[in-house]
Design a protein around this ligand. Structure first.
Ligand SMILES: Nc1nc2c(c(=O)[nH]1)N(C=O)[C@@H](CNc1ccc(C(=O)N[C@@H](CCC(=O)O)C(=O)O)cc1)CN2
Ligand SMILES: Nc1ncnc2c1ncn2[C@@H]1O[C@H](COP(=O)(O)OP(=O)(O)OP(=O)(O)O)[C@@H](O)[C@H]1O
Length: 195
């Protein structure tokens, strides 16, 4: 980890992890999660008004103190999938998730579907540690979402929606050439679109 951008990301990760955990455990967290999910549902509804039942969205199984997108995933009328790590330094795969489907522990402790059923998301709800007002995000450092978004964007349209508590905003996320910008960020208090 010699380069300054990686080092800046590394130290930002530690700082914002603690900050996110604090909001996550605060008494008002439940309300924040509800508000964020209702904004997210509205955003998806507005964006895919023509065929919500045919729109494939990816969510995620919340880990650590990530904001919980399960209410939006459960409410979606079309197919829903979640990320599965195939290997280090490879794009994520996405496999079908249903509210009743059996989940098992995957790599890095995030739950993954027991049955494999690959899907390609048209909209991705993207977890993050920090975001900035330019649409850049900081993840756990695997580069998984950057690789995945790069690949999907080469094939066609995919909408990347960051999902976070307002407190996860920082002035500027350190950036390198491989970082993919989000199309929007949804928080409990607002929706920010990056055209
Ligand atoms: N809920 C959820 N599921 C997800 C992701 C996510 O961010 N959130 N992922 C999105 O990619 C993938 C999991 N990626 C992960 C990547 C690294 C670590 C991790 O523990 N990293 C170490 C640092 C490793 C290093 O610095 O090299 C750590 O944080 O201690 C965890 C998950 C797939 N599923
Ligand atoms: N498309 C790509 N091709 C090659 N390397 C990449 C690509 N995307 C990211 N990387 C590399 O992966 C490493 C981790 O990236 P970064 O620190 O941005 O991860 P992150 O965005 O925090 O994690 P994640 O996307 O998994 O949540 C970096 O060394 C980065 O250069």
């Amino acid at each position: 980890m010699a380069d300054p951008v990686s080092e800046a990301k590394h130290s930002l990760r530690q700082r914002v992890s603690a900050q996110r955990a604090q909001v996550f455990h605060a008494p008002q967290a439940e309300t924040l999660v509800r508000n964020a999910n209702s904004r997210l549902m509205q955003f998806l509804k507005a964006h895919f008004a023509d065929a919500p039942g045919q729109t494939v969205i990816s969510g995620y199984m919340p880990m650590r103190s990530e904001i919980d997108p399960l209410p939006t995933m459960s409410a979606h009328s079309g197919p829903v999938c979640v990320p599965v790590i195939v290997a280090k330094a490879h794009p994520l795969e996405f496999h079908r998730w249903t509210p009743e489907g059996e989940m098992v522990a995957g790599q890095f402790k995030a739950l993954i579907p027991a049955a494999r059923d690959p899907l390609t998301p048209q909209a991705m709800i993207v977890p993050l540690l920090a975001f900035d007002r330019f649409g850049y995000r900081l993840g756990y450092g695997g580069g998984f979402y950057d690789r995945t978004l790069q690949g999907l964007r080469e094939q066609g349209a995919v909408l990347a929606i960051g999902f976070a508590f307002d407190e996860q905003e920082v002035a500027e996320v350190p950036r390198d050439a491989t970082d993919q910008r989000l199309d929007a960020i949804v928080t409990p208090s607002r929706v920010i679109a990056f055209p």
